[in-house]
Design a binder for this molecule. Sequence first.
Ligand code: ZN
Length: 182
Amino acid sequence: MSSELEFDLTLYPSPTLRRPAEAVESFDEELEAICAAMLRCMYRSKGVGLSGPQVGLRKRILVLNPTGEPQDELALVNPELLERSGPLTLFEEGCLSFPEIFAEVERHEVCRLKAFTPKGEEIEETFDGFPGRIIQHEYDHLVGVLLVDRMSPADKLRHKASLEDLVARYKRTRKSAEKAER
Ligand code: ZN
């Protein structure tokens, strides 16, 4: 199985995370392999959700598993948020593209989503609580909105050093990649 697709995480502040994702057009074996590889990457990184841009793909795909139980695993292709409702609640969120940074983010309690499974079946579902929050977080990624944009000014200040570390790390890896290309 050496040809198995494996993704690495794209970390802040890579511009890849800011590019809006585009609709998936073909529902084929490649798409199923991509979704499976995204789920593997998410589990490996101990995350509960992951989006296409976070593995360098400009594709409207998100995967999640709020509990880690096999039956709760979901891969959603071309999702459309139909509605956000219910009270706004604050809850601490992390993001695989922002290692070790956690901040309280305000989200709606409920969201309604239309999407396709990797096999091309259309589904429409209401998510609330933790799954609803993950969906709204991952959906943000598809339009280039990041955890840092949702943080309160106080949290931004509290995480200033960690955010600057990520920027410095990104610049270092860019430099060594450019050197290797020369
Ligand atoms: Zn995220």
